[in-house]
Each structure stands twice: as C-alpha cells, then as structure tokens.
Design a protein around this ligand. Structure first.
Ligand SMILES: *Cc1c(COP(=O)(O)O)cnc(C)c1O
Length: 397
C-alpha cells in the first residue's frame, strides 16, 4: 500500500465481520473443542448448505478456487486430448486450472460491453477435440444460462462454470453453479463469500462427478488407504467451513447491498458518459452480485485511466484493475502461441477498465465522493450550472 492515507478502501473486510464477530468466534471455538479439523462436520454441513443455496445438489470443499477448477475438470473427465474454451479476459487461475487438468486451453475474446465471453467467438473456436466451455461469471454477472445451454446443446459440449466471482448470482432463472455439469467457487477472503484464508468448492448435480471430486481432493482414496486414482491433498479446512457456514445466511443481504451500491454508482456516473466514463453493462438486472464495480475509461475520454487512478489515490480512494494483462499476453503462457492483437476486445478492456471501491457497507456519501472525484478529473465542464458549487450528483434542492 502507498503512503497516502486511505479514506475509502477498495474492500473492507473488518466492517463486514465486526457485527457478527461473536458468532464467528463461537463457531471457531466449537471446532477447537471438537478437534475435527480435517473433513469435519462443519464441512459437510457447509457443503450441503452452499449447494442448496445455489440450486444444485452436491458440494465438495477444496483448498482454493484454483483447485476447484483443476480438480473439478478432472472429476468431469476433462483432460488430456480435450480442448476447453475459455475467455482471454479472466483471472489467470481459470487458465491455470485447465492446464493443470491436462487439457488444452482455447482462448476466445469477450463482449466489449459486458466483458463476458463472446459465444459467437467461442462457436468459431470449436474443433472435433472441443469437450467443454468455461463461462466465467465475471465481476458477479452470469454469462446468460439460456444462451449457454443452447450453445452447449448445439455443439454437444459440457459447461463448466467458473463462478469464483458470482456466489448466488442469478440470470434467466438460474443460479450460478446450477447451469453446467459442475461449477467452481472460490472463498478467497475478498470474494462475495470469503473465508479467513483460502478455500474453494466444486458444485455439481452429478453424483459421479461429486464422488470423483471427493476422491481427488483426498489423495484419490475411495476409502482409507485404498487409492483408485492419483489425487492430491486439497481439502477445505473444517475451521474455514465453520466460518463460511456462519457467514452464508448473510450473503443474500450483502449481495443486495452490493447491487444497491452499483445502482447508485450508475446514477452518479451517468452524467459522465459523454466524458468517456462508461460502466461495464449489466444484462442481468437484480441477479448481478457485483463482486466488482467496473468502469471503462474509453477512447473519448480526454485523460488516461492512469491519471484518474492517481487522482483517486491522492484523494485516498483505492481502486483496482481486473485485469491489467489478458491471459494470452502473460509471459508464462507465450508458449501457447497467442499474440498481441488476437483478442482485441480483451486487450482494449485491459487498458480501459477501472474497478471502484465495492463492499457491503460502502456508504452513499462515500459513493458520491468517488463519483465526484472522477467527475473532477474528467469533466470540469460537465458540472451542473457552472456558477453553482453543487457537485455532480448532488440532488437539486
Ligand atoms: C478468485 C478467482 C479464481 C481463483 O480462486 P482462488 O481461490 O484464488 O484460487 C478463479 N477464477 C476467478 C474468475 C477468480 O476471480
């Protein structure tokens, strides 16, 4: 973190946990008493609760979202010799998961308005080896389940959801995690539902996939000391599950709060559209769970994103970029053979996007302050009534 004082942090986990700290401490204390640290009761309780809340059947807790993808693909029998389509603009863990499963990643571009995978581009990337598509429900917005199911049906592909940013998101009457054969979630602390450390889960409605996942996370054992395949050690700690089980009932309320915050940002920032400040579009109404609130500083804006980010930082407002380099341009993956220019929408977004502070509890006046700070850099000319001192977004008396 820099030297400047932070007035509005990017996320604030303390304020989320403070009101429920007594029950969190009790839940942790109960595990200390029971001592069932590995594959304990709170884990199976949380697996069942999170699967049910997400509209599906089985949950298998693992050590991280990345493991949920890597092992989850294996549990779906996706691996060596299979091609898997995924978006170029996602967190790199989606790609790493595909590689770890032994499958061949096929990257495709995104829709410039929503930043979600472009299914037309995906259709063009299909070969006889294509086995699955990974829609990434980016920023908390699901890729349209209706379109995905049509797509998968047309091309006879499996859908494996990366729902690491989309706990309880909804679209077309589906919840994230209930669309494909399986879905990966992350409980990294700052995700919409976060543990006190790393954690992840695979959700599925397929009992074979669930059973294979249970083996894969536990050295491939079907029973103690009997190994039917080569797995690994990747279990969600009982302690983390106990924390998550306590937090889960609050998730719908936290998600609603995020939506309200996003709607206020939309309103406050609307006057800046003509100055080139364009929020990434929400095509799923109240089903968007806004893990992140992302704006684009587009080519019509007369200053650079960096200047906006610097100005906000100087005002004590933390921002982020999700993500500054698309997967295909990361040095680690040059061997995949992609080049600059392969995915122009993803490349352009990486240069234009800016994530604004977003967490349950962010206040209305803080949102105004963020919008005002952006307005002051991009559009002095857009202030209402140049004589008046009324800031952008302030309601007329
Ligand atoms: C966070 C995240 C992951 C990885 O989850 P970890 O728990 O950090 O391993 C994967 N995909 C996306 C889209 C994410 O945001």
């Amino acid at each position: 973190m820099n030297q400047m004082t932070v007035g509005i942090p990017f996320v604030d986990l303390k304020s989320q946990h403070q009101p429920i700290q007594t029950q969190l401490k009790e839940a942790i204390h109960a595990i200390l008493e029971q001592g069932d640290f590995i594959l304990g009761r709170a884990l199976s309780d949380f697996e069942a609760a999170f699967a049910a809340a997400s509209g599906t059947k089985y949950g298998v807790g693992v050590a991280s979202g990345t493991d949920a993808i890597a092992l989850g693909l294996q549990a779906c029998n996706i691996g060596s010799g299979d091609e898997v389509i995924l978006p170029a603009n996602t967190f790199v863990a989606t790609l790493i998961g595909v590689l770890r499963a032994g499958a061949k990643p096929i990257l495709v571009d995104c829709d410039p308005q929503t930043a979600l995978i472009d299914l037309e581009a995906a259709a063009k990337a299909i070969t006889p080896q294509t086995k699955a598509i990974i829609p990434v429900h980016l920023y908390g917005q699901m890729v349209s389940p209706r379109q995905l199911l049509d797509f998968a049906d047309t091309y006879k592909l499996l859908i494996f959801e990366d729902a690491a940013q989309a706990h309880l998101a909804e679209r077309d009457g589906y919840r994230a995690g209930s669309v494909g054969i399986a879905a990966a979630f992350s409980f990294y602390p700052s995700k919409n539902l976060g543990a006190f450390g790393d954690g992840g889960m695979l959700l599925t409605r397929d009992s074979d996939v669930a059973q294979k996942m249970v083996r894969l996370r536990n050295y491939g054992a079907s029973q103690k000391y009997f190994h039917v395949e080569s797995g690994t050690n990747s279990r969600l700690d009982t302690l983390q599950a106990a924390v998550l089980l306590e937090k889960l009932p609050y998730l719908p309320e936290w998600n609603r709060d995020r939506l309200t915050i996003a709607q206020q940002y939309d309103n406050e920032l609307a006057p800046l559209a003509s100055a080139g400040i364009i929020p990434v579009q929400n095509h799923s109404g109240s089903g968007h769970v806004y893990h992140l609130y992302v704006i684009k500083v587009d080519e019509s804006c007369f200053i650079e994103r960096q200047q906006i980010q610097d100005k906000l930082a100087a005002d004590g407002i933390q921002t982020g970029i999700h993500y500054p380099i698309p997967c295909h341009l990361q040095p680690a993956f040059t061997y995949l053979g992609y080049q600059q220019g392969d995915f122009p929408h993803s490349e352009k977004l990486a240069k234009q996007i800016l994530s604004l502070p977003m967490y349950p509890g962010l206040s209305s006046s803080q949102i105004k302050e963020v919008a005002l700070a952006i307005a002051s850099v991009v559009s002095t000319s857009l202030r209402p009534e140049s004589q008046s001192s009324a800031p952008i977004g302030s309601k007329a008396a």
